[in-house]
Design a protein around this ligand. Structure first.
Ligand code: C5P
Length: 213
């Protein structure tokens, strides 16, 4: 039997991570936040004083990348998110990170029923044959406010308008790149969480998934 694979895509701070973690627990799936890989490469470059826009250095960093290298790093900051979206434009970076993601989906750990991956190109590129594809969105303002709440714990001076601007810039970069741009995969189910609580979004996603099982 093919393992169950759930692909979750969408723009920054749409609630993909929270939703995916809950779905993973509910359906007994292994969870991979693929943004961690791009953030990891971005963080490593910053840490090594390399310019994330440098295509060759970004490719080399991605080729030598493993999650252990960033195990204790703080990759959840706005700066690292920005660096991630800059390195994510490079086809060689995406190619270097692709196999790890595909292996994770194809060979989920023992004791799990399958895998759930979230990111920008899971349904379109990484797992085009996923059992279920979700495209999770919310208004720019709702996403900025959620991200701002998370970030101000660690970055107290941060303003909501700055976060909104960063999110819009990052979405524009993710949607306009030539390689694996952010967009709903064919057959993806749209889930707009603007006015949904976490519980309501979880229930809506379960309805979609249960229909597909
Ligand atoms: O989801 P997160 O905000 O952690 O992702 C950081 C950045 O990594 C995104 O803005 C995007 O540029 C890149 N990314 C990607 N493809 C993925 C996951 C993340 O290009 N599958």
């Amino acid at each position: 039997v093919r393992p169950l694979v759930i692909a979750v895509d969408g723009p920054a701070a749409a609630g993909k991570g929270t939703l995916s973690r809950r779905l993973a627990g509910y359906y007994g799936l292994a969870y991979l936040d693929t943004g961690t890989l791009y953030r990891g490469v971005g963080w490593l470059m910053m840490h090594r004083n390399l310019d994330p826009r440098n295509a060759e250095e970004a490719a080399a960093t991605a080729q030598g990348f493993s999650l252990d290298l960033v195990a204790d790093a703080d990759i959840r900051t706005g700066d690292v998110g920005k660096a991630a979206s800059v390195v994510a434009v490079q086809p060689a970076v995406r190619a270097a990170l692709l196999q790890y993601q595909r292996d994770f989906a194809a060979r989920p750990p023992k004791g799990t029923q399958g895998a759930i991956l979230d990111g920008r190109d899971i349904g379109t590129v990484v797992c085009p044959d996923a059992t279920v594809k979700l495209y999770v969105t919310a208004s720019d303002e709702a996403r900025a406010e959620r991200r701002w709440r998370d970030l101000t714990l660690g970055e107290p001076g941060l303003s909501l308008s700055q976060v909104l601007e960063d999110i819009r810039r990052r979405d524009a970069r993710d949607s306009s790149r030539a390689e694996a741009p952010l967009r709903p995969a064919p057959g993806a189910h749209l889930l707009d969480t603007t006015s949904l609580s976490i519980d309501a979004a979880f229930a809506a996603a379960r309805r979609v998934i249960d229909r597909a099982l």
